[in-house]
Design a protein around this ligand. Sequence first.
Ligand code: PMP
Length: 418
Amino acid sequence: DVPALLPTVGAGESVPLVGGRRAGYVHLDNAASAPALARVAAHVTEVLPAYASVHRGAGYLSQLCTGLYEQARETVGRFVHARPDDVVVLTRNTTDALNLLASAVPGEVVVLDVEHHANLLPWTSASGRPARVVRSAPTLAGTEASLAAELAHRPAALLAVTGASNVTGEVPDLRRLVRLAHAHGARVVVDAAQLLPHRGFDLAALDADYVAFSGHKAYAPFGAGALVGRRDWLDAAEPHQAGGGAVRRVGVSDGTTATDWATSPERHEGGTPNVLGALALAEALRVLEATGLDRVRHHEAALHRRLVDGLRARGLEPLRLWDDPSDVVGVVSFTVPGWRAAQVAAYLSAEHGVGVRDGRFCAHPLLARLGVDDGAVRASLGVGSSSADVDRLLAALDALLRDGPRWTYASDGATCRP
Ligand code: PMP
């Protein structure tokens, strides 16, 4: 048996099932948002009284709050192994971080067709040209060759690549991709939304230029994420959020404003920041660090094997992108013949209290390429997951395959009468 590695809030909470029964909730949707760690919840409660304006007030609580916020920034930088001259901009989430970088890229961006929309849609260059999308091949080597051809064909400023697919959990060879992009004069940003909570991240060792991620997938509540990386582009860009805090001096001359913008990170953090979000994020990263990312990896690998083996034993083959991924995190998508994904997900929730996600996972081009335009079911693991959770899902699928649902689910997943 594999128990949860770390306690999370809400684990096993009793939820209503159709027909009036109740059951302990099983959260297998960590890839969307992972429940907060119990230690993170405790930390937020502890720091809540230190609630005062950051970077502005002279009062004791303001100073304390400012200190904690800047410590959180340092923790984020340390967790991703930022280099001394890298900037840590605290953002709302990965989407926000990638949009910020998009406004700073001094040229075109190349992406693969496997990306989450957050790493596809922001990359419209200043000239109005959207991202150049390269079709990935069945192998990593083939995919890299296609990328190399695209970068050689026309220079690009940036290669934006996922750290781990939010659909298949597969991890490309980031080291090789960084080398390839740099050889063609392009920088690299890694969308680590799915990778970082499961493997950590080492900006310096990878020699990547930027990393973006979200706290709510890393066991902290919503609303805080980060963009970490090279200073020059960020300092040359227009402020992401113009306003108080982003500027050193403002004057009015000839009836208009004259601004001397601050350098990064302040330049991009105008307005009062999400201090509690940043503190929660930093605490989650500290707990992951203290637990050990090797232990996180082993825990998840055991559960991932159990899940994949269990699905295969039932004739349900997980979706795959590459024959040779360099690693796979605990994200598994599949379809159940005869049932629409939305029906399966509704059934799992309503009759078994198992929370998964269904749909096209904000990765429409990838789902189309995998031939599942109708969507798939995704189960995703985290440090709060246990083998009992995986077994509940598998037993629920057994019941579906054997008996069908006790209730009827419309094709959009809505629950109907028994
Ligand atoms: N990239 C990937 C790979 C993701 O899985 C997600 C979230 N599903 C995002 C980016 C966007 O994250 P957020 O919604 O927190 O901005």
